[in-house]
Ligand binder design. Structure first.
Ligand code: MG
Length: 376
């Protein structure tokens, strides 16, 4: 294995864990973080949480679990090429969506609306809350007690108001500093993964078509390459050959541009990374193309009337569950009931709802509201 760059996160420059633990044997600290994440309950629930399509819509669509694995794959490839800490990018990628509500962004927006009077709800912050507080796996502490750099990478963005309450973790938002390069990689690998898999899932669902996507340069140029290399190719293979090329182009561009940025900044230490502008980046040309694709997906897929219908239903489920649990805490499972005041009660309700999978939320809603349902 090639040696890590001097500005990569390593065990020697890590700020370590909040609660001191004996060093792991046979694996690195960041491999241990990754392993803790994979064995968490929140990670397993990602299998039944979705981003765009509700979980029961079809077995072929991405879930947050497969999304997180795709992000980790892309992030690791990039980290390895730049001599950065591959294990850390993997841990961040696998954990980055742990705090997501059921029903993707519709669920997040609904829960944020419900929590308005109680400090709001941000899925990024919730991911950190899952690994810092909510997981119950250790005798000695709450959460997973992950390394600072893993938690830092998970917190992509956060309001200044929340940052002020986060201590060490929130400092960089208040002082306008950057996370490690590994964290920056996980962030952009997330974008590469979802833009491309949403094209794939969008086409599979029939909500968008290849003809429509021909207006998007990033898709059009790769589709053209496929048609030239494989005249007569039809069906799913055309889509897969195109998406494959798009991911490759984006990853290659990101590596080239970031390597150039790092070289010209004359970085030596991790501290300098945190004070420098963001160095992991696409070239300006690819950044623009990626934005056009994103915009297309917003207009034609995320705001497609059939997706909007799913979202509206999802929002109603979340709002109704929140209201009923706020009104009567006795309807909550006992571990969510003991709360001193209304704000703490609201936070417990948000934790309970955010932890639900799509299908659990649907079932819970039926159990509470549907008359004649025989399940309790
Ligand atoms: Mg994501």
């Amino acid at each position: 294995m090639t040696e890590l760059a001097s500005y990569a996160v390593s065990e020697s420059n890590s700020r370590g864990r909040r609660i001191l633990e004996a060093a792991p044997s046979g694996r690195s600290e960041f491999q241990r973080d990754r392993d803790r994440i994979i064995h968490s309950s929140a990670f397993r629930r990602l299998e039944y949480k979705t981003q765009v399509f509700v979980n029961h819509e079809g077995d072929l669509f991405r879930t947050r679990l497969t999304h997180s694995i795709e992000v980790a794959q892309i992030a690791r490839s990039i980290a390895r090429r730049l001599n950065l800490n591959e294990d850390l990018t993997e841990a961040i990628s696998l954990a980055h969506d742990l705090g997501h509500t059921p029903f993707g962004h519709a669920g997040q927006d609904a829960l944020n609306g419900c929590m308005k009077a109680y400090g709001g709800f941000e899925h990024n912050l919730q991911s950190v809350r899952v690994v810092d507080v909510l997981e119950e796996r250790y005798a000695a502490f709450d959460g997973l007690n992950l390394c600072f750099e893993t938690r830092e990478g998970m917190l992509k963005h956060c309001s200044l108001e929340h940052a002020a309450q986060l201590g060490e973790l929130g400092e960089r938002f208040l002082n306008n500093r950057r996370p490690s390069l590994e964290g920056q990689i996980a962030n952009l690998a997330d974008e590469i993964a979802y833009n491309n898999h949403d094209v794939d899932d969008g086409l599979r669902s029939g909500l968008i078509t290849l003809e429509q996507l021909s207006a998007v340069p990033l898709v059009a140029e790769h589709l053209q390459q496929v048609r030239e290399a494989h005249p007569g190719l039809t069906g799913r293979r055309v889509v897969h050959e195109t998406v494959r090329r798009m991911i490759n182009t984006l990853v290659t561009d990101l590596i080239r541009q970031s390597a150039g940025n790092i070289a010209s900044s004359n970085l030596v230490t991790l501290e300098e990374v945190r004070n420098a502008p963001a160095l992991i980046a696409f070239s300006p040309e690819l950044a623009t193309k990626q934005r056009v694709l994103k915009k297309f997906l917003h207009t034609h897929l995320y705001r497609h009337y059939r997706v909007m219908r799913m979202s509206a239903k999802a929002q109603r489920i979340i709002q109704e569950l929140f209201a009923v649990f706020m009104e009567d805490s006795h309807l909550l499972p006992p571990q969510f009931q003991r709360n001193a005041d209304r704000a703490a009660h609201a936070r417990a309700v948000a934790d309970y709802i955010a932890g639900m999978t799509d299908r659990y939320a649907i079932r819970e809603h039926k159990r509470i509201f549907a008359v004649g349902e025989d399940s309790i």
